[in-house]
Design a protein around this ligand. Structure first.
Ligand code: 13P
Length: 258
C-alpha cells in the first residue's frame, strides 16, 4: 500500500504532440475512457495537445476519466501571443495540468517559471502535476540534491494549505523515451525521498497525503512492478498513452495491483 493509503491509482497519459488529427484524438480519448470505465481502481487523466482538448471532453462526468493539459500560461489574459491561460483550460473541463515537464524545461522553463505556472494552476482550482527529475546519475548521488532543489524552488510560492493541489511526478530524464524504465527498487528510493522533501517543506502530515507518480518508459510489462515495488500512487505515461492497445493493457495491469 502506498503512503496515502488510497487504492485508486492515478494514471496520467501525456500525449505530447500526438496524434496528428482531431478525429484520431477523439477516438483515442473515447477508447481510453471506455477502458477506464471498466476498471475499479484506476483514475485516468489524458493530456492532449491544446487544440484537441475539446475533442477529448467526455459526454458525461466519470470518476475514472479526467482531462489534463500539458502546460499553462503564467498570465491571466490579454496581449500574450501563443499563450493559453488557466481559466481557458478550466473552461474546457481540464482538472489537471502538467508543469515542469523536462521537455518544457529544455525549451527554457526555469524553476521560477515552473513555480509561477504551478501557482496559476492552483489559483484556477485545478491540480498541478509537478515534474521533477535528474538528467544523469552518477556514483556521487548528486541526483538527490538536484531533485531537492527542483522541488524546493518549484514549490517556493505555495503555502501548506494549498499543497494538497500538488501531485509530484518523478521523471528521470534519462528514462524518458528510453528502452528501459528505472528499476522499481530505485523508483521506491526516490518515492521515499520525494515524500521526505515534501515533509521538509510542508510538514509530515502533507507528505503522507501527497501523490507521487513515476514517469519514464512505462509500459504494460513494467507498470505493475513500478506501482507495487516502487510504492508510487500512479504513473505518468508518454508513448504508451497514445498506443491504445498497449495503454489498455497497462491500465488493466495497474488495476490488478493490490
Ligand atoms: P515515455 O513514456 O515515452 O518515456 O515518456 C515519459 C514522459 O515524458 C511522460 O511525461
Amino acid at each position: 500500500m502506498n503512503a496515502n493509503m488510497s487504492n485508486t491509482k492515478l494514471v496520467v497519459g501525456n500525449w505530447k504532440m500526438n496524434p496528428a488529427t482531431g478525429d484520431e484524438a477523439k477516438l483515442l480519448a473515447r477508447k481510453t475512457r471506455h477502458a477506464a470505465s471498466l476498471l475499479e481502481h484506476i483514475s485516468v487523466v489524458v493530456c492532449p495537445p491544446f487544440p484537441f482538448i475539446s475533442a477529448a471532453v467526455p459526454g458525461k462526468k466519470s470518476p475514472h476519466f479526467h482531462l489534463g493539459a500539458q502546460s499553462v500560461s503564467i498570465e491571466e489574459g490579454g496581449a500574450h501571443t501563443g499563450e493559453v491561460g488557466a481559466a481557458m483550460l478550466k473552461d474546457l473541463c481540464v482538472e489537471y495540468v502538467i508543469v515542469g515537464h523536462s521537455e518544457m524545461r529544455s525549451l527554457g522553463d526555469s524553476d521560477e517559471m515552473v513555480s509561477k505556472r504551478l501557482k496559476a494552476v492552483l489559483d484556477a482550482g485545478m491540480m498541478a502535476i509537478l515534474c521533477v527529475g535528474e538528467k544523469v546519475r552518477d556514483e556521487s548521488g548528486s541526483h538527490f540534491d538536484f531533485v531537492r532543489e527542483q522541488m524546493k524552488k518549484s514549490l517556493a510560492n505555495i503555502t501548506k494549505s494549498r499543497s494538497s493541489g500538488v501531485i509530484v511526478a518523478y521523471e528521470p530524464i534519462w528514462a524518458i523515451g528510453a528502452k528501459e524504465a528505472m528499476k522499481p527498487e530505485d523508483v521506491c528510493e526516490m518515492t521515499i525521498f520525494v515524500r521526505k522533501i515534501f515533509s521538509d517543506i510542508f510538514g509530515n502530515d502533507t507528505a503522507q497525503k501527497v501523490r507521487v507518480l513515476y514517469g519514464g518508459s512505462v509500459k504494460f510489462e513494467n507498470a505493475a512492478d513500478i506501482i507495487k515495488i516502487g510504492q508510487v500512487d500512479g504513473l505518468l505515461v508518454g508513448r504508451e498513452s497514445v498506443n491504445v492497445a498497449g495503454f489498455v493493457d497497462l491500465l488493466k495491469a495497474v488495476d490488478e495491483v493490490k
